[in-house]
Write a protein that binds this ligand. Structure first.
Ligand SMILES: CC(C)(COP(=O)(O)OP(=O)(O)OC[C@H]1O[C@@H](n2cnc3c(N)ncnc32)[C@H](O)[C@@H]1OP(=O)(O)O)[C@@H](O)C(=O)NCCC(=O)NCCS
Length: 261
């Protein structure tokens, strides 16, 4: 028990530069008080003592302004900064090292029983006032911007902002970029100048076309293999050549545009 308490206190030091010492954390952090009371209410809930569990949860709400349903599953080193106005629903699941700020709702959008609240995987951070609504998963390490309203699954490592939530950083960006490069090399020109970072819409459009081309290429190869395995006469044709000058021109345009911006 003391081990868990020490771990809780350490998690505050890691995530709140304002925390000065253990006594201050023990006495002045409502987020901690809410979590400790939730451990008690959750234990009562699992022992099928539903009403006492709800009473403890409600007491925690009076004390801290943080409402955690006793049925909610919470991982280790959960940190609620400031607290107040937080609601965590019955079927919400929270992984390890998750951080919530004040005014967050992990809520449902239906009155049906069963899973109706979100699952936050490890390391998720939900900014002040954000609402995450529905039985979907927010992937590990994702960030939800303050005041966002999220109603769809969020991939691991992504950042979501706004209403409705839109992703501004995707963890598989580098993977997409690598695929795009591989495709560009395959068809015979350097992909330089068509990266996602380029502000030029033409360059962006070409980037998207490369993605599409790559997906079509994979599909065609699979179909070719399938035809061969069925004994069909199938001969691969060489791809038509592309001319580097065309892409050099695009690259030049992108660079000029970036310099002007
Ligand atoms: C979402 C968040 C994690 C993004 O942080 P980041 O990865 O450093 O991203 P940036 O600050 O570089 O912003 C990237 C873009 O998203 C926009 N953005 C950032 N946070 C936003 C938000 N909450 N709502 C809408 N847009 C937001 C920025 O304006 C920027 O837009 P641009 O590219 O058009 O200029 C952060 O802004 C946030 O909201 N954190 C929550 C913090 C919090 O609640 N603190 C409470 C302390 S009491």
């Amino acid at each position: 028990m003391f081990e868990r308490l020490r771990e809780d206190i350490q998690s505050v030091f890691h995530r709140d530069p304002a925390a000065r010492n253990a006594f201050e954390v023990l006495t002045c952090y409502p987020g901690m008080h809410a979590i400790w009371l939730h451990r008690l209410s959750g234990w009562l809930w699992r022992k099928d003592l539903k009403w006492p569990a709800r009473m403890v949860s409600n007491f925690g709400r009076w004390l801290t302004g943080i409402e955690i349903h006793p049925g909610a599953k919470v991982g280790r080193r959960f940190f609620i900064d400031h607290g107040m106005g937080i609601v965590i629903g019955e079927t919400a699941e929270i992984g390890d090292d998750v951080t919530l700020y004040q005014g967050v709702t992990l809520g449902g959008t239906s009155w049906n029983k069963g899973k109706r609240h979100p699952t936050l995987e490890s390391g998720v951070v939900v900014g002040a006032g954000a609402k995450v609504l529905g039985p979907f998963t927010v992937g590990a390490g994702a960030k939800v911007g303050s005041n966002a309203v999220v109603t769809k699954a969020v991939p691991a490592g992504a950042t979501v902002v706004g209403i409705p939530g839109r992703i501004i950083v995707k963890s598989d960006d580098s993977e997409a970029e690598a695929k795009r490069k591989a495709m560009a090399e395959k068809i015979g020109f350097d992909a330089y100048g068509v990266s996602e970072d380029m502000p030029d819409p033409v360059a962006k459009a070409i980037g998207q076309l490369l993605d599409h081309l790559q997906a079509v290429d994979v599909r065609m190869e699979d179909m070719g293999k399938a035809l061969k395995s069925l004994g069909c006469e199938y001969r691969e044709k060489a791809l038509p050549e592309l001319h580097q000058e065309v892409f050099d021109c695009i690259k030049e345009r992108s660079e000029n545009k970036a310099a002007q911006d």
